[in-house]
Design a protein around this ligand. Structure first.
Ligand SMILES: [Zn+2]
Length: 97
């Protein structure tokens, strides 16, 4: 019986350990924490263990194409994609007078 309890404690410990690892990689803004760029980021699918075990966490997963590091971003934090889309949209025609 005590073996089961120890195994359970070990499992919970591992779960919290990986959860802390994810939280440490979570950023406040959409910027690579290593090379400080916000240009070369792409959103990718989260690792399998995150999708299986921590699916309730409202996180987006990003990959930096410059230094190949990865990080998480909270779902509510705006990433650079919509803003760059907004910038690229043609502005309404200015008057040519
Ligand atoms: Zn980077």
């Amino acid at each position: 019986m005590t073996v089961l309890i120890y195994a359970l404690i070990a499992l919970v410990g591992l779960y919290i350990f990986f959860l802390l690892g994810i939280l440490l990689k979570t950023q406040k803004k959409c910027e690579c924490m290593h090379c400080r760029t916000s240009m070369h980021l792409e959103r990718t699918t989260r690792p399998l263990y995150v999708r299986r075990l921590y699916d309730y966490l409202p996180l987006k997963y990003f990959h930096c194409r410059r230094c190949h590091r990865t990080f998480y971003l909270h779902k509510d934090t705006p990433d650079s994609e919509p803003e760059s889309m907004k910038d690229s949209t043609p502005k309404p025609k200015a008057s040519y007078t």
